[in-house]
Design a protein around this ligand. Structure first.
Ligand code: HAM
Length: 430
């Protein structure tokens, strides 16, 4: 294998057309986040491993690209942004008025097994809403994630909403050891009822807890799912959580996210440890994997500061959005190509060509200048292949009378246009 001719597994080159399509989605995310009052934040691509590993848990830690600097300190490429933003808030933004609304679009790195929708370098667009422990903050971020996905023209965006507090509370009451809790967690997450039964049968777990855990595994649906759990438990914390989730379902409707697009799933257990409250994931039916996910993390910022600051947020996987748009046969607007190619008739006219090109660019017209010493006919053939609609030919004779020739490639037609009228002439046409 000649590594000079390849990129590492799980990384991709994005050629101009694909980069353009991605740019459209990214611009849309940016606009949506800013319309909701969020401000951009950028953090380093690599940081001390200890920062990036704070609160994220073993799964993400294992997937980090780690390396040492020359002094032997352990660094890593960021695998997600939330820990970095928690560090920034905990060290630099503590005195800012709350809530703080932040957004980012950045590349992330995870040593995952590459497959469809799973790369080792991938892009996320996300937000963090810092400083509110109110359910309205959770509702805002779920609504914003849905709106951001709808605004890139994804159809049928669905959200699964759960709450890690229910499982945690049940496990706290059951007092099981960490390995058993993890086995139960994995079975519920994978909706693996056989696996769950196996674990439940080998352990000293009371009947009522078993019943609740079975119900959690099956808890996917509408508000009735919440009522079912409610009828099984006698725990004030869980009752409060359920009432809050009911509020989420109800108030999302005010954001145009009606019940048909929201599924309660109390089995959602996200792959990151820092979550403490409402958690959610976004899907479109055309793609079997989550295109976005997030949730509340009220303890993470406190790991970087002397007190706790509640927060919630999400990240959308841009690569998965692009895949979903392709599956939904989304038609991207035509790529903006240069609208003008400018050619000198002879190399003596090069300076004039560049003067005219620069003036047109200042006026907002996209101009490609000929640099290869081509003949006019070669230039015209290039414009034809590149679908450039207008060619300006700068000849000595016309230039002396302060004019150039403008050729419309679609109609076998050319006009002599005064240089000072060139911008208006082209703007009327393009
Ligand atoms: P996450 O669920 O790990 O959450 O990632 C969010 C999204 O990033 C996923 O839904 C998926 O679309 C995309 N993604 C994750 N891994 C890959 C991969 N290997 N290849 C392609 N896309 C991928 C977080 O990262 C949290 N920081 C979200 C958050 C923000 N929670 C609170 N605030």
């Amino acid at each position: 294998m000649d590594t000079r001719l390849q990129t590492p597994r799980g990384t991709t080159d994005y050629l101009p057309e694909e980069s353009y399509n991605r740019r459209i989605a990214e611009d849309s995310f940016r606009r949506t986040f800013e319309l909701w009052g969020y401000q951009e934040i950028r953090t380093p691509t690599f940081e001390f491993f200890q920062v990036l590993a704070t609160g994220t848990g073993a799964e993400l830690e294992d997937s980090m690209f780690k390396f040492q600097d020359k002094s032997g300190r352990l660094l890593a490429l960021r695998a997600e942004m939330t820990a970095s933003i928690a560090r920034v808030v905990g060290t630099q933004l503590l005195n800012e008025p709350k809530p703080i609304r932040l957004w980012y679009i950045a590349n992330m790195f995870r040593y995952d097994e590459p497959q469809a929708g799973r790369q080792r370098e991938f892009w996320q667009a996300g937000v963090e809403l810092v400083g509110s422990d109110k359910i309205q903050a959770d509702i805002e971020v779920v609504a914003l994630m849905t709106q951001a996905l709808r605004n890139i023209c994804l159809k049928d965006v669905r959200v699964d909403v759960g709450h890690v507090g229910i499982f945690k509370e049940i496990m706290k009451e059951a007092r099981l050891n960490a390995d058993i809790v993890n086995a139960i967690r994995v079975s519920i997450d994978k909706k693996d009822s056989e696996g769950l039964e196996k674990t439940l049968n080998t352990e000293q777990i009371d009947e009522q807890t078993k019943q609740i855990l079975r119900a959690l595994l099956e808890s996917r649906g509408g508000v009735e799912v919440l009522d079912k759990i409610s009828s099984l438990v006698d725990n004030q914390k869980i009752t409060d959580i359920i009432n809050n989730l009911k509020k989420v379902l109800l108030e999302l409707q005010g954001f145009g996210v009606s019940e048909e697009f929201v599924t309660v799933d109390l089995g959602i257990i996200r792959g990151l440890d820092y979550y403490t409250g409402v958690v959610f994931e976004a899907y479109v039916p055309d793609l079997g994997i989550a295109i976005g996910g997030g949730g509340r993390y009220d303890g993470l910022i406190g790991d970087f500061a002397s007190f706790e600051i509640p927060a919630t947020g999400f990240a959308i996987g841009i690569d998965r959005c692009i895949m979903a748009l392709e599956k939904q046969k989304f038609q991207y607007p035509d790529k903006v190509k240069a609208s003008v190619l400018i050619l000198p008739v002879s190399k003596e006219m090069n300076i004039e060509v560049n003067k005219i090109a620069n003036k047109l660019r200042e006026d907002g017209i996209t101009v490609e200048a000929e640099i290869s010493g081509w003949s006019v006919s070669k230039g015209l053939s290039y414009a034809n292949k590149m679908k450039i609609p207008y060619v300006i030919i700068v000849g000595e004779e016309e230039y002396r009378s302060k004019a150039v020739v403008v050729k419309a490639m679609s109609a076998e037609k050319q006009d002599q246009v005064k240089i000072k009228e060139l911008t208006n002439f082209l703007k009327e046409k393009t």
